[in-house]
Design a binder for this molecule. Structure first.
Ligand SMILES: Nc1ncnc2c1ncn2[C@@H]1O[C@H](COP(=O)(O)OS(=O)(=O)O)[C@@H](OP(=O)(O)O)[C@H]1O
Length: 352
């Protein structure tokens, strides 16, 4: 072959290689810009693209600086709830000599969702099972879509959700500063009756009967039968109250989380909660949180039609047999929760 022809063929090959390289780079650049515009796109089973918060407004911005007018009225209500907590903490710190600094082990109830920049402090007996389900959907990166598909016991497996105590101190501080922190509260005595009914009147809750029921009966029941002492499954509400107000109980160990005060579980005087949701407006407040997190259009808090729910009337009935002395002492135990979350003294209470 002539050298001139060979040269032409070589040039031709080089041209094709350059062209292919340019085309490849062009495609890569297109992909890069697409991913900048749509970071971490996921598809949920409802067919809606879920995008993490990066690049859009954070829940904190949505809460404190709402664009939509209808959200601004709700924002005012939540400002009042925050003020109530702040005022109670201030008044309490002025009268209390107890001062303490939080340690990571105090943060075990604070569930973290990094993708939506949320921190939820769970309070047992305030629909925390459903809220944990929601947090599993939010943090599951597409693993779950319908919260009610998650069995209740799965929602309570600690490994399924990440809590704030699992981070380093700088990571904790960063998240406390920039994430939206929220909790849900319930009228303290209604919450207590809910805990009593669930843990002491249901035959299947044998672990609670063994762990607490036997102890309560031993301490609070005169002439208890051997059977009752062994089984611990027929604790009366009066005995439960006597156990709670007994100074020996709290000296021995902290209350179980199902009847521990919100003040001790979530540390609202140390951690500034941006949003205080209430059980009385559970679905409305929960869906507001989901809206602020930018997922409200496809994720709703589960609605509930359980007719056996603990009500105010039921709580009144339970307190009928409690002496005014014990009522007064019990109110003292839960007083900060009453004041901080703006629950008035129940009308059925006979305080001394
Ligand atoms: N969507 C909705 N609406 C209204 N009420 C609801 C809802 N979801 C849960 N619940 C009520 O919450 C109570 C259970 O709370 P928890 O899931 O936190 O209980 S537990 O800590 O896991 O034992 C329990 O209250 P009581 O029935 O009064 O005990 C549930 O009925």
């Amino acid at each position: 072959m002539k050298p001139a022809l060979l040269e032409v063929m070589r040039m031709n090959r080089i041209c094709r290689m350059v062209l292919a390289t340019c085309l490849g780079s062009f495609i890569l650049v297109i992909f890069y810009f697409q991913s900048m515009l749509h970071p971490v796109m996921r598809r949920n089973p409802f067919g809606v693209d879920i995008c993490c918060r990066k690049g859009s407004r954070s829940p904190l911005q949505e809460l404190y600086n709402p664009i939509q007018l209808e959200l601004s009225n709700t924002a005012v209500l939540h400002q009042m709830r925050r003020d109530q907590v702040t005022d109670t903490c201030r008044a309490n710190s002025a009268t209390s000599r107890k001062r303490r600094v939080l340690t990571p082990s105090d943060l075990k109830h604070l569930v973290v969702d990094e993708d939506h920049e949320l921190i939820y402090c769970y309070v047992p007996k305030v629909a925390c099972t459903n809220w944990k389900r929601i947090m599993m959907v939010l943090t599951g990166r597409g693993k779950y879509s319908d919260p009610m598909e998650i069995p209740a016991n799965e929602a309570h497996v600690s490994a399924n959700l990440k809590t704030l105590n699992q981070y380093s101190i700088p990571e904790i501080n960063h998240r406390l500063k920039s994430y939206m922190k929220f909790l849900f509260v319930r009228e303290p005595f209604e919450r207590l009756v809910s805990a009593y009914r669930n843990k002491f009147t249901q035959k299947y809750n044998t672990s609670f009967h063994k762990r607490y029921g036997t102890k309560i009966i031993k301490r609070q029941r005169k002439n208890a039968t051997q059977e009752a002492l062994r089984r611990g499954d027929d604790v009366k509400f009066e005995e439960f109250v006597a156990y709670l107000i007994d100074p020996h109980t709290q000296r021995e160990e902290p209350f179980n989380e199902h009847w521990q005060t919100v003040y001790s579980l979530c540390h609202p005087c140390h951690i500034h909660y941006d949003l205080v949701g209430k059980y009385e407006t559970l679905e409305e407040d929960s869906n507001y949180v989901l809206q602020l997190a930018g997922v409200g259009s496809y994720l709703k808090f589960p609605t509930y039609a359980k007719s056996t729910r603990t009500t105010d009337e039921m709580t009144t009935e339970f307190f009928q047999n409690i002496s005014s002395e014990h009522q007064t002492q019990l109110y003292e135990v839960y007083k900060l929760d009453f004041l901080m979350f703006n629950y008035s003294v129940p009308s059925y209470l006979k305080l001394e």
